[in-house]
Design a protein around this ligand. Structure first.
Ligand code: SF4
Length: 388
């Protein structure tokens, strides 16, 4: 994901999708809905002179509306939904002897890498789609129905910290679960910054606005997806509730945070010790997977129950679509911004999000239902590289 953005001689640029968004905005027939990823809100401000990590969520919503967008949604909402699906999948596997470890699949660079180099691990992959894809399909189904708009009239765009997300939207047939392309185009944080400047929008003087209902509001668990360890922590907050029926007293799981390339922790849930691991940066991912394969080859128990994997060092806050010049000091500031955003939220766990509860009640029935599987889950294919 990072190579095109970090081409040392500047000869390769990511595909620019700005025109496709602008064309949809200019088309009076189209209803344009845009979602923004967790990591965008702690980095976009840098293009306007703010420090890395400063949270500008409300201004980004406002800026999108100034561009002429009809509905502003937040990928964090769907991150909460991903947790409901993936958390349920995890608890099911844990209690029924399913394939473990469960490995997260919301990073498309990692999905691509796994399908090419570790296809024997396909059964370990969570079938839950990434938050971006879940948000896209809900926009074209649940939201379109509520608005009484034909699905063909909705244009769904996503602002992402990531160049690989441009590939993910047409990854396979599951990305067309609404009947057409669920996410029509992806702009990176850099592309949005450029577009705002070209449009003469005075970003820093914009008021803070709110996301649109009913698929915009998010909890602290949704926002921490942007940092390494965040998906794991969000999943643990909800898995704890799914297993025990109670809320985890401390809310946070500090043991899974930090910048070490591979981290592991043991978490007690209902007297059972859950072993989790986190890897970020592909070299670290490889080491962790080799450890798991080795244990399997020796007939041992899997060393972990649940694994989070992100291709980029630090997670999506340092994705290939973020402002240039991401070094570790910048990573740390953006990560601090993400955890601040979590602390600011009155609700910190995905299962507490009333709008998520409403989607299940009105539309999806329950996590991992037949409808959820049809719309929110995917499958993976072995795509080994051709070698002579
Ligand atoms: Fe994209 Fe990097 Fe995040 Fe993966 S970790 S989804 S490649 S930004």
């Amino acid at each position: 994901g990072q190579c095109s953005a970090h081409c040392p001689v500047g000869a390769i640029y990511e595909r620019d999708d700005t025109k496709s968004l602008l064309n949809a905005i200019r088309d009076p027939e189209m209803h344009v809905a845009v979602q923004i990823a967790p990591a965008v809100r702690v980095a976009l401000g840098e293009a306007f002179g703010l420090e890395p990590g400063e949270i500008t969520t409300g201004k980004i919503y406002a800026a999108l509306r100034r561009l002429g967008v009809d509905a502003v949604f937040d990928t964090n909402f769907a991150a909460d939904l991903t947790i409901m699906e993936e958390g349920t999948e995890f608890v099911e596997r844990l209690t029924t002897g399913g394939e473990l470890p469960l490995i997260t699949s919301c990073c498309p660079s990692w999905v691509d890498y796994m399908e090419k180099y570790y296809d024997d691990m396909i059964p370990n992959f969570s079938t839950a789609k990434s938050p971006m894809m879940m948000q896209g399909v809900l926009t074209k189904t649940y939201y379109a129905d509520q608005k009484k708009l034909g699905r063909e009239r909705i244009f769904s765009a996503a602002i992402m910290p990531c160049t690989s997300k441009k590939y993910e939207i047409t990854r396979d047939v599951n990305m067309f679960a609404s009947g057409s392309q669920d996410v029509d185009c992806v702009l990176t944080t850099r592309e949005l910054a450029r577009l705002l400047k070209q449009s003469g929008i005075d970003f820093l003087s914009l008021p803070d606005e709110e996301a649109d209902s009913p698929i915009g509001a998010y909890t602290g668990a949704g926002t921490i997806f942007g940092a390494t360890g965040g998906v794991m922590e969000a999943a643990l907050r909800t898995a704890y509730n799914l297993v025990t029926g109670e809320e985890h007293k401390g809310i946070t799981f500090e043991a899974v945070r930090g910048m070490d390339g591979i981290r592991s922790a043991e978490i007690a849930i209902n007297g059972k010790s859950i072993r989790v691991a986190i890897a970020h940066g592909i070299a670290n991912v490889r080491d962790l997977l080799e450890e798991i394969k080795q244990a399997k080859a020796e007939g041992k128990e899997p060393p972990y129950h649940f694994i989070e994997v992100m291709a980029c060092r630090g997670g999506c806050i340092a994705g290939g679509g973020q402002p240039y010049g991401t070094q570790d000091d910048v990573r740390e500031k953006r990560i601090a911004g993400i955890y601040q955003d979590d602390e600011k939220q009155t609700m910190r766990c995905s299962h507490q999000n009333p709008f998520i509860q409403e989607v299940y009640k009105n539309f999806l029935e329950k996590p991992c239902s037949k409808k959820s599987h049809d719309l929110l889950h995917t499958h993976y294919t072995s795509r080994p590289l051709y070698t002579k």
